[in-house]
Ligand binder design. Sequence first.
Ligand code: ATP
Length: 332
Amino acid sequence: MKLAVIEGDGIGREVIPEAVKVLDAFGLEIEKVPMELGYARWERTGTAMSNEDLETIKGCDAVLFGAVTTVPDPNYKSVLLTIRKELDLYANVRPVKPLPGVVGVTGRSDFDFVIVRENTEGLYSGIEEIGHDLSWTKRVVTRKGSERISEYACKLAKKRKNKLTIVHKSNVLKSDKLFLDVCKQTAVAHGVEYTDMLVDSMAYSLMMHPEKYDVVVTTNLFGDILSDMCAALVGSLGLVPSANIGEKYAFFEPVHGSAPDIAGKGIANPLAAILCVKMLLEWIGREKEATIIDRAISHVLEKKIITPDLGGTSTTAEVGHQVAEYVKNSLK
Ligand code: ATP
C-alpha cells in the first residue's frame, strides 16, 4: 500500500507528522510518499499543485492530508477540489462520536453517528454563471450519483446499527425527489431500516436528539453544513476527522483548516489527524489497529495529556508522542 503524505500549510505541518508517528508505530508495510502542495508551495513556485503531482497521487492508493490555506486569487487552483474531482472521491464520511471526558456545546455524550455526504454533485456542481443582475448555480442530482452514495451509506449502516436517515428538502427542491427515491430503493434492497428527514428539521433534531441517529446520508451542500455543525457536538475542531472515498482511492483529512492563528506555536491538537489514521486503517481492513488508536486516544485524554483547545498545556508533539508510545506498548 502506497500513501501520499501531504502536510500542506499552517498546522497541517504540525499535526500530520504526529499522525505519521502514530501510523509508523504499527510497523505496517505502508510506503509513504511525502509531497509538498498548497499555498506555501504556490508562493514559492507559482503552482499549488502540478500535473506531475496529480500523477504521483494517482500512483498511490490513499492520501493523508493536513490542510491547505486557500486564497481568493483567481490563479490559485484549489488543491482539495482538484484532488476530489480527479480521484472521483464521491463519499465524504464524517464520524461524529464523543471522546472520553470531552463534551461539546450540548453537554451530551450519548451519540455515535456518521454523516455520509455526496461529494461530487448537488449545488457544488460548478455549473454556474455569475452576472451583474443575475447569478445562478445549477443543482445537479443524478441517479448514478445517488445510487453510489446510498450504496456506500447502506453498506456502512449494515456494519453498524442498520439504521439510515435520508436527509433532503424534496418538498421545495424537486431535484431532491430523485435523491430521496433512489436512497429509499437502495435501503430496501439492502434490508436497511430507513427514515427520511427534511434538512431543516434534521439540523434541529441533531442538536436535540443526536442519540437517535446511526448513518445519515445527504446531498453535498446539506452534508457540508450539517457536518460542520455536528463538530460542535464533539467539542473541538481539533477532534474531528474525515474521509473522502472513491471506488479506487481514499483521502483522509482533519475537518479543521490550516489555522494560521495558532500555526507555528506547537499547540494544535493532533487528535483529528490521528483519527484520520484510524479511518485509514479501517479502510485497509485493519480493524484491530484502528481500535488500538481509540484506546490510545482515551488514554491521553484520561491522563490529561491534552492541548490548550481542550484546556490542557501539552504540545502537539507531546500528545502525538504519547499516543504513539501507547500504540507501541499495546503491540508488545
Ligand atoms: P483555513 O483558512 O485554512 O480554513 P481557518 O483558521 O479559517 O483556516 P480552521 O483552521 O478550521 O479555519 O480554524 C478555525 C478555528 O479553530 C481557529 O481559531 C483555530 O485556531 C481553531 N482550530 C482549528 N484546528 C485546530 C486544532 N487542530 N487544534 C486547536 N485549535 C484548532
